[in-house]
Design a protein around this ligand. Sequence first.
Ligand SMILES: [Fe+2]
Length: 85
Amino acid sequence: MTYNLGSDAEKQDEKAKNLARARQSLIEELDAINVYEERVQASNDEELKKVLAHNRDEEKEHAAMLVDWLRKNDPTFDKMFSEHD
Ligand SMILES: [Fe+2]
């Protein structure tokens, strides 16, 4: 899978690249949540809805894990979580 590190990726240090990898992964997890939710809403099969809802919620866990990592590795990101309005 490819991910977007920006057009000047070769100039970034490893820390910046890892932060970009985590942010791009978070985008993908949030997108997956939207896709699963759309399919839950669209399906008329109750058993399939439950499977898709379970998968959607696992993507939420993945997103939360990435937010945790970003908070640990990006002090400004962490600060904004505790200080935003
Ligand atoms: Fe995931």
